[in-house]
Ligand binder design. Structure first.
Ligand code: HEM
Ligand SMILES: *[C@@H]1O[C@H](CO)[C@@H](O)[C@H](O)[C@H]1NC(C)=O
Length: 412
């Protein structure tokens, strides 16, 4: 009996890994490749799929992100005031999801924020359907059958494409009126390049941007907040740094963020213990040898980021402990292997959203630390789970308490 269960468990795990690999492959490999091919067909070669890198830096990210965070905190304030206390229980995993959605919408659509929000709303519905399907047994070909769920999904897809087309048309008109001084958001940048990039490509780019950015960044924020709530001594140190660098009231600016080293160590340790993307995939383009193994051309290799980050041989005896101090002399010194820490992948295909994700995380946490102290709610259950991304299965209820003026002054 016992053996049977083992076998079943193994089969279930293998199947899950396989499905996960397929899904991740679709997102991280197949999709960008299609765009690359598209470029190649038009005679554009060279830097492989690197459309956003560099471009993102042109955007005025800090004020854009700060606006989303401020709006979130305003909503918390309303609840606090109406309940008449200075402590409030917040389900951060939910709030951070809408925060991240908002940030991505602003960076992607900027001047067309409302339209963008509507489109991403449709896409979020589609993702819920996909996540539901993801939990079920994978049947090849099933997605082509006109089931109720599939029909709903197709409808959403059509609706998304139509809204995009309308939005791009409206933008083109507006641009013409402003004589080429169009908005500097991602959509604007993509449209400037639209002699190379068709409308469908733009749509696909926006979709993967939203998909790849939302769960990853919101989970990073959730895990880091949970870790700081679990380890008050680190929370205190992080707050001292924030208050020293930015004071207690002002919104941190770009230069402040660079100086927050303690916070950067904490975020890295959170990314090490709970890397939201637990694995990535590479396919061998030619026969190759890797660490003594022959890898035939075409072989796909799963790179287990999560396992690497929990390898005692690389991280030492305290591998499972939360110890941001291991990053005190930078990433290279933290691990016994130069690439033992790869939360954003490695090489020409590393994450293009890394800067945005880190910026949003730093800014959010520094603002929270400035204003509140926080601890786990008694109802918190620690259950890291993988459903495409590493997330907290029962959410993350956290109790936030407004810092008194005295506490804030002590820090500065
Ligand atoms: C904490 C946040 C994030 C984590 C941990 C993360 C992690 C990763 C990882 C591990 C990869 C695969 C890299 C590889 O295979 O070498 C990746 C790729 C990618 N990420 Fe992220 N990511 C995050 C945030 C974002 C954001 C905010 C965006 C966009 C707004 C984004 C967009 C992408 C895209 C488009 C790719 C595919 C790049 C390519 O194939 O060239 N990611 N990410
Ligand atoms: C955290 O990791 C990133 C790379 O992911 C690195 O650029 C940064 O310097 C690290 N910060 C610290 C304090 O180790």
């Amino acid at each position: 009996m016992e053996e049977n269960w083992r076998w079943l468990e193994l089969a279930a795990v293998s199947l899950t890994v396989l499905v996960l690999a397929l899904k991740l492959g679709m997102l991280l490999w197949w999709r960008p490749r299609k765009i690359e091919e598209n470029f190649a067909r038009q005679g554009i070669r060279g830097p492989p799929y690197r459309f956003f890198i560099g471009n993102v830096k042109e955007l005025l990210l800090v004020p854009v992100v700060a606006q989303s965070i401020t709006e979130m905190l305003d909503k918390w304030s309303v609840t606090m005031t109406s309940s008449g206390t200075d402590a409030i229980k917040i389900e951060v995993s939910e709030w951070f999801q809408s925060l991240t959605e908002d940030v991505i919408t602003r960076t992607a659509f900027g001047s067309s924020y409302e339209d963008g929000k509507a489109i991403f709303g449709l896409q979020a519905q589609q993702m819920v359907i996909a996540a539901e399907a993801f939990q079920k047994v994978f049947i090849p070909g099933y997605r082509f059958l006109p089931t109720k769920r599939n029909i709903r999904c197709w409808k959403l897809d059509r609706e998304i494409r139509m809204s995009f087309r309308k939005l791009i048309q409206r933008r083109r008109m507006a641009d013409r009126m402003q004589q080429g001084n169009g908005a500097k958001d991602l959509l604007g940048l993509m449209m400037e390049a639209s002699n190379q990039l068709g409308v469908n490509d733009i749509i696909e780019e926006c979709k993967s941007f939203f998909f790849a950015g939302k769960q990853t960044t919101s989970n990073l924020l959730t895990w880091t907040t949970v870790l700081l709530a679990m380890h008050p001594q680190w929370q205190v140190q992080a707050r001292e740094e924030v208050l020293r660098v930015c004071g207690s009231r002002d919104l941190p600016n770009k230069d402040d963020l660079v100086k927050l080293k303690m916070l950067s160590m904490i975020i890295n340790e959170s990314l090490r213990l709970y890397p939201t993307t637990i694995a990535t995939i590479r396919r061998a383009k030619v026969d190759a040898e890797l660490g003594g193994y022959m890898i035939p051309r075409g072989t796909e290799i799963l790179i287990p980021i999560l396992a690497l980050h929990h390898d005692q041989a690389i991280w030492g005896n305290d591998v499972n402990e939360f110890n941001p101090a291991r990053f005190s002399e930078g990433v290279a010194r933290a691990a016994k292997h130069p690439v033992g820490f790869i939360p954003f992948g490695l090489g020409v295909r590393t994450c293009i959203g890394q800067n945005l994700a880190i910026l949003q995380t730093k800014l959010t946490l520094s603002i929270l630390l400035q204003r509140f102290s926080f601890r786990l709610a008694p109802t918190y259950q620690h259950a890291p789970t993988v459903l495409m991304f590493l997330y907290s299965q029962y959410g993350a209820p956290i109790i936030f308490q407004h810092l008194s003026t005295r506490e804030m002054n002590e820090g500065s």
